[in-house]
Design a protein around this ligand. Structure first.
Ligand code: ADP
Ligand code: GLC
Length: 490
């Protein structure tokens, strides 16, 4: 056997530029492309959401029919999966189509609730992945799986999608992007998997307190498990961050490893970014000030050079620290600063942010929604980027911020701790501010320190420049993944 995979299939529930709700899509969009550049052929596969079709139409790209129409068993039913594909940036992407499941307004949920049939939708997707591989004549020797929507794939590789067994030789790497989402559903669904009925009682890989847990199945079923930062790889072995799966993670034969995500440095480049009103570099910041002025105007706020601008682009969920901001908002708004937020998610957090914009109209701006171009303009406009996450497997926005000279203010957790070095601990090397504890007091304390740096202009500039010079590209990440891939074939 060779010491390297010859062809890899990257399996994920979302990928840029086709359909995206968060960081997983950024990773799925960039890593396969970078690995292809390194000489390892990597294809992708994902569901054919309405967003994919819309995007292809907008950009005049075409979806090609592959000619593969697969019959997918779901219990006693058989549902057909049509496979489309396209080539983008040198990587081939396969799309699994079934209109009833994927031609919808959103990927996973409506604003107020998850789609009721998510178990079936992603079960269908996972079975289609294995069915396609078989229909193609098993061309892949490694499957790179991502998050719970792919957790059953190792089981189907072994047992087959009819549960009757399968001859296969593929290795599997399972990457945890977020352990908090586990794809746990009632055990009655076992029937739709067509897996042997005794699996739940006799096998530990799927059962979790009487339910089906797809994350757990992925952790146990894959040849290797990794996650998106070394620090999170350690944290998830503890009760505090393990989301109930710390015991499973501790008992894996091959320890969980961590590789920090990278940044698409072409897409995120302040010197060339076409979405910005003015470009800039680490040597010339004038354009950045123009971006700040324009963004403030866009949000109806008045520019004041003495007030730092704090920006935040985020899914509005508990993970990201919106509860903490809520507790600190009065203290925060009593400081001479301005803040703008872009995000969407839980109704309560959306309402909170809208109410703060009403209460402090000269200081606080908000946009509810998902807007990629605006997120670039915000990264460029900010003096500081706020990311007080309760936990953070890796985090990408702090990396974009470093690259845009927007100093990150983050909680000391997960990938944030791996990628931002604390100015207060080491002013000669610091690139941002890390909270000492997850409390409103520690948060405000951090903001105060950041503000005093803001008013020391030469030093402020130095810290900005240091961040902008940090290597956050995919190159190192891709080469670490390559080593991990190879370790499975050694
Ligand atoms: P997570 O994946 O947990 O949401 P990350 O920091 O890894 O967090 O990645 C978030 C990604 O999603 C970034 O690319 C960020 O810019 C993008 N993003 C999140 N919310 C929005 C939004 N409302 N509009 C535009 N981009 C967003
Ligand atoms: C998840 C995590 C985030 C990470 C992203 C990509 O959504 O919440 O921290 O950066 O996946 O790996």
């Amino acid at each position: 056997m060779s010491d390297s995979p010859t062809r890899v299939l990257f399996v994920s529930s979302e990928s840029r530029p086709f359909a995206s709700t968060g960081g997983l899509a950024d990773v799925a969009g960039a890593l396969p492309v970078e690995l292809n550049r390194e000489g390892i052929p990597v294809d992708r596969i994902m569901p054919l959401y309405r967003q994919v079709r819309d995007r292809m139409e907008r950009h005049g790209n075409s979806l090609e029919r592959t000619g593969f129409t697969l019959r997918i068993p779901l219990g006693n039913d058989q549902v057909s999966a049509e496979i489309y594909s396209t080539e983008f940036e040198g990587a081939r992407t396969y799309f699994v189509n079934h209109e009833e499941y994927f031609d919808r307004q959103d990927l996973y949920a409506l604003p107020h609730r998850e789609y009721r049939d998510n178990f079936i939708r992603f079960l269908f997707f996972q079975k289609a992945v294995v069915a396609l591989i078989d229909a193609m004549g098993q061309p892949y020797d490694l499957l790179h799986l991502n998050d719970w929507q792919t957790g059953l794939v190792p089981l189907f590789l072994q047992k087959g999608i009819f549960g009757t067994g399968r001859e296969g030789r593929e290795k599997t790497l399972f990457t945890i992007h977020n352990l908090a989402y586990q794809g746990t559903y009632p055990a009655v669904h076992l029937y739709e998997t067509n897996l042997p009925a005794n699996l739940l009682s006799n096998y530990p890989q799927l059962e979790f307190y009487g339910q089906l847990n797809q994350m757990k199945a992925g952790l146990i079923g894959a040849d290797q498990v990794n996650t998106v930062s070394p620090n999170y790889a350690r944290e998830i072995l503890t009760e505090e961050f393990g989301c109930g799966l710390e015991g499973v993670l501790q008992s894996l034969e091959r320890p969980v490893t961590g590789i920090v995500n990278g940044v698409d440095i072409q897409d995120w480049n302040p010197e060339t970014d076409p979405t910005l009103p003015a470009t800039y570099s680490a040597k010339a910041f004038t354009g950045k000030e123009t971006c700040k002025k324009q963004l403030l105007a866009e949000f109806g706020l008045t520019y004041d050079k003495d007030k730092p601008l704090l920006v935040m682009v985020s899914r509005m969920v508990e993970q990201k620290g919106f509860d903490l901001i809520g507790q600190a908002i009065e203290a925060l708004m009593s400081l001479p600063l301005q803040m703008v937020v872009l995000g969407s998610g839980q109704e309560q957090y959306q309402q909170d942010a809208v109410s703060w914009a009403k209460r402090w109209p000269d200081q606080f701006g908000v946009r509810i929604g998902y807007d990629s171009d605006l997120s670039h303009r915000m990264e460029a406009a900010g003096d500081f980027f706020l990311m007080p996450s309760r936990f953070e497997p890796c985090g990408l926005n702090q990396l974009y911020s470093l690259r845009y000279g927007t100093i990150p203010i983050v909680n000391r957790t997960g990938g944030l701790e791996d990628t931002v070095s604390d100015y207060r601990q080491n002013s000669a090397e610091g690139t941002g501010f890390l909270m000492t504890t997850y409390t409103p007091e520690a948060f405000i304390d951090c903001i105060r320190s950041a503000m005093s740096l803001y008013h020391h202009k030469p030093e402020f500039r130095k810290v900005r420049q240091r961040g902008m010079r940090q290597d956050v590209s995919w190159k190192k990440t891709a080469s670490d993944y390559l080593d991990l891939y190879r370790s499975l074939f050694a």
